[in-house]
Design a binder for this molecule. Structure first.
Ligand code: HXC
Length: 513
């Protein structure tokens, strides 16, 4: 065989992964192959493979006779929407995509390149875990990846798509990355699978129910996105990239934007019911404020009482954190606090300015909340907002009660601009609760307690259930007619685009984890 023929035959062999039969079996399971996924992910002809001819070094269990070029993972770099990314795509057709010493080395190599060159790393995971034949060497390989994931955290964006099994300690690499994407029915993540669960706890549970996309998108919050199929999953990953910079040294993207001259949003003047007891959908408010169709929600089905996601405002990428009155009245609880805090920290790490929309009745009471740590979880959100140095703008759309007022990016914890709509109520608590405490004796001893209560409620409402006490103290910079808010926010974020704000010198803070 001449040298070129040899080269071509080796490359052809590598492209075949575990062979035609196993590739067909992958398709039969409704899954794409490692290379097909990369084709959808990357711009046409942009992929440059690294390590195509790598093969494993294991000689136990007759493994020396079973060699597949590439060793179960396709690695390299390419572009998405013209921007550089580093990728690895595990090939389930080679030893079930399991992680060997060399497989791990390939992933580490592209992670190192990504760090040195300041571009995102995207991992497409489809793996049976540690290469069982290699034993501890494989465990070392995992740890090498975990270590790099951690070092890279906050330096370059790291995105993980789970497109098959991801079990055991293997889950901890995606878990450290910034965003996880899963596919319904064909992907799952768990630390111990159904068989171990049955042995230890006697629970009968399927893989899908224990750790499928739906479970992690709704119950655990481990995944940020759950898609119906792999193509949708990859497309949403690509969309997310349009909102974020390449690394922590870059600013978030600002795309050319030409106004059609109509920046007023008259609908906003009537969208929010004045009665604080009546719910409304905060996502509709968000859609009205941001550039049309640009809201990209993160963690859509988890802790729905807080809404987080990216959007463009006059072409500028922003991160949005908003209470959702349509779910649990927008109350802050354990899960919503954690969800909000993690998103705020991502935005701050990668210079994405924050818009915070507030309509919050307070923290959720109860033993479940207290015993599960609402004190430390609520503190996470408070800490994340306080620590964030990106431009931070708050709009109180209606209620802002109690400690939750402070937590939701108030002026006191470093917000740059604080706006309120005219029907905003900024108070220690709702009027009824307040008067029942402070006028308890007076109401009880009145000839007509109900009438007294009503009188006191309207007195309290008049005095405190408005934005003007807060505005008088400068806690609110301006009370804004809702229809004008989009325009005002565009100007505000533009004014803040060169903000410089350094944290006190420290090794790192100690967020209440
Ligand atoms: C080597 C593996 C493998 C592994 C699968 N294969 N997992 N080879 N090491 N971990 C091989 C199979 O032998 C088979 O080879 C091919 O991959 C496809 O596997 P199947 O079992 O036929 O596929 P399927 O029925 O779809 O089941 C997939 C699976 C199952 C659920 C992932 O293979 C499985 O349970 N594998 C073992 C998972 C596991 O226990 N991993 C170790 C976890 S501990 P052929 O030649 O037939 O194609 C761990 C620790 C990490 O990962 C710790 C980090 C700190």
């Amino acid at each position: 065989m001449n040298k070129l023929d040899l080269l071509h035959s080796k490359k052809d062999q590598a492209v075949l992964g575990g062979g035609a039969k196993r590739l067909a079996s992958q398709h039969a399971k409704g899954k794409l192959t490692a290379r097909e996924r990369l084709q959808i992910l990357l711009d046409e002809d942009s992929f440059e493979e690294i390590g195509m001819l790598v093969s494993h070094r294991c000689t136990d269990f007759g493994m020396e006779k079973e060699q597949y070029l590439g060793d179960g993972v396709v690695t390299g770099y390419g572009t998405i929407h013209g921007r550089l990314v580093y990728v690895f795509s595990q090939d389930f057709t080679v030893f079930g995509g399991s992680l060997s010493e060399t497989h791990a080395e390939k992933i580490c190599k592209i992670m190192d390149l990504a760090m040195e060159n300041g571009a995102p790393v995207i991992g497409l995971n489809d793996s049976g875990g540690a290469r069982i034949q290699e034993g501890v060497v494989s465990l070392g390989g995992y740890a090498d990846i975990f270590y790099r994931n951690t070092r890279a955290s906050g330096v370059i964006p790291q995105l993980s798509a789970i497109m098959g099994p991801c079990a055991g300690g293997a889950v901890y690499s995606p878990a450290i990355t910034d965003f996880i994407f899963m596919v319904e029915q064909t992907s799952y993540m768990f630390v111990t699978g159904p068989n171990v669960v049955k042995t230890v706890t006697h629970e009968e549970v399927s893989s899908e129910s224990l750790g499928g996309a739906h479970t992690h998108a709704t119950k655990s919050g481990v995944t940020h996105f759950a898609s119906a199929n792999e193509v949708e999953c990859i497309e949403s990953l690509k969309q997310l990239l349009t909102y974020i910079p390449q690394n922590c040294e870059e600013t978030a993207p600002v795309y050319p934007y030409t106004s059609n001259g109509n920046e007023l949003r008259m609908k906003l003047n009537t969208m929010i019911p004045e009665n604080a007891q009546i719910p409304y959908d905060m996502k509709e408010v968000i859609e009205e404020i941001v550039d049309e169709g640009s809201f990209f929600e993160v963690h859509k089905d988890y802790a729905e009482n807080i809404v987080v996601g990216f959007a463009f405002l006059g072409g500028r990428s922003i991160g949005i954190v908003a209470n959702q009155p349509a779910a649990l009245a927008g109350v802050l609880d354990n899960n919503s606090s954690k969800k909000g805090a993690r998103f705020v920290r991502f935005c701050d790490a990668f210079n994405v300015p924050l818009l915070v929309l507030v309509d919050v009745p307070g923290f959720l009471p109860g033993t479940d909340q207290e015993w599960n740590g609402i004190i430390s979880n609520g503190a996470k959100l408070l800490y994340a907002f306080s620590e964030a140095t990106v431009p931070k703008v708050t709009v109180i759309t209606r209620k802002a009660y109690g400690g939750a007022y402070d937590v939701m990016n108030s002026k006191h914890i470093g917000a740059d601009l604080n706006y309120a709509f005219p029907n905003a109520e900024i108070a220690v608590m709702g009027a009824k609760g307040a008067v029942e405490i402070i006028f308890k004796k007076e109401i009880e001893s009145a000839d007509n307690p109900q009438q007294k209560l009503d009188e006191k409620v309207s007195e309290y409402t008049e005095k405190f259930a408005n934005p003007y006490s807060a505005a008088a103290r400068g806690f609110i910079d301006e009370v804004v007619e809702p229809s004008l808010i989009r325009k005002k926010l565009q100007k505000g974020f533009k004014m803040l685009e060169n903000k410089v704000c350094a944290l006190p010198k420290k090794k790192h803070g100690n967020i209440p984890l």
